[in-house]
Design a protein around this ligand. Structure first.
Ligand code: CP
Ligand code: NVA
Length: 308
């Protein structure tokens, strides 16, 4: 069976744990090395990853490219608009062709159904590099960052503030798989996918939605937010106004546990969802979180190739 990584549950709880262990161990093993130098065992030597971007990216693009180099392989980056996909070649035919030319495919796109269709027709692993529905690779890096800060995931209290978006859906999914709880502070009308919440609750996690930012963050071990306007969404004044009470600023952060970690997948919109004092403050782990995209993706790739 070809291993696709479209959501965290494609791997499941045990594999997610193994992926995180691999990411932490391989990161530790190559401290101080130039970033493009392959790991000593070069476990994906000769492998090629094709990446297709239908949306902008800085971190996902660079971290997958560097991840493949460190694993001994290489990456080909395709901007969808300059490919035949941009002129109407079907996803199915693109999947068939890229499967003959590359050993794995990553897609960043809007409609989640596109990544599912790609996986359906591909004969090599397909990885979701962000859709409107979810961003699983990001959350593996987030989990790694929390573990590195000395917080075992099971039983933690996470707080989400802001928009009910793709990043939140994958955090909810992670809660169910890794056994942590989540309070979601989201204004009415901007809720996240109820299916992800129901599945995490069925797995035993406590997931609560509140319209009160202070209630969401009270005593939390991890505080996380993201842009109020995701790629492809309208920059509506009405939405920004509704989000304002959910800004992660010093006063709100002070209501979390005193050793709480602040996460943001980036890019940040300073002065909107987060203030400088928080993102640049001592509790912020955002730069480790960004670096961990490399280490997390190496482990995801190794899982996709059956090495984990
Ligand atoms: N966090 C994240 O996915 O960043 P990019 O959009 O820059 O890839
Ligand atoms: N929610 C954001 C994440 C960017 C990495 C978006 O989809 O634009």
């Amino acid at each position: 069976m070809t291993r696709h990584f479209l959501n965290l549950s494609d791997a499941g709880a045990d594999a997610l744990k193994a992926i995180l262990g691999d990411a932490v161990a391989r990161k530790a093993a190559r401290q101080g090395l130039p970033k493009g130098r392959p790991d000593a065992d070069a476990p994906l030597a000769g492998h090629v990853l094709a990446m297709v971007f239908e949306k902008n990216s800085t971190r996902t693009r660079v971290s997958f490219d560097v991840a493949m180099r460190q694993l001994g392989g290489s990456a080909v980056i395709l901007e969808a608009g300059s490919t035949q996909l941009g002129r109407g070649e079907t996803i199915a035919d693109t999947a068939r062709v890229l499967s003959r030319m590359a050993d794995a495919i990553m897609l960043r796109t809007d409609d989640h159904a596109k990544v599912e269709e790609l996986a359906h027709y591909a004969t090599v692993p397909v990885i979701n590099g962000l859709t409107d529905l979810s961003h699983p690779c990001q959350i593996v890096a987030d989990l790694q960052t929390v573990i590195e800060r000395g917080k075992p995931l099971a039983g933690l209290e996470w707080a989400w503030l802001g928009d009910g978006n793709n990043v939140l859906n994958s955090i909810v999914e992670a809660a169910g798989l890794a056994g942590f709880n989540l309070r979601i502070g989201v204004p009415e009308g901007y809720d996240s996918d109820p299916g992800f919440i129901a599945r995490a609750q069925a797995a035993g996690s406590t997931i609560r939605v509140t319209r009160d930012a202070a209630e969401a963050v009270a005593g939390a071990d991890v505080v996380v937010t993201d842009t109020w306007v995701s790629m492809g969404q309208a920059h509506a004044e009405e939405k920004l106004a509704a989000m304002e009470p959910f800004q992660v600023n010093g006063a709100l952060m002070a209501k979390a546990a005193s050793d709480a970690v602040f996460l943001h997948c980036l890019p940040a919109h300073r002065g909107e969802e987060v203030t400088d004092e928080v993102i640049d403050g001592a509790q912020s782990a955002v730069w480790d979180e960004a670096e961990n995209r490399i280490h997390a993706q190496k482990a995801i790739l190794r899982w996709a190739f059956g090495q984990i």
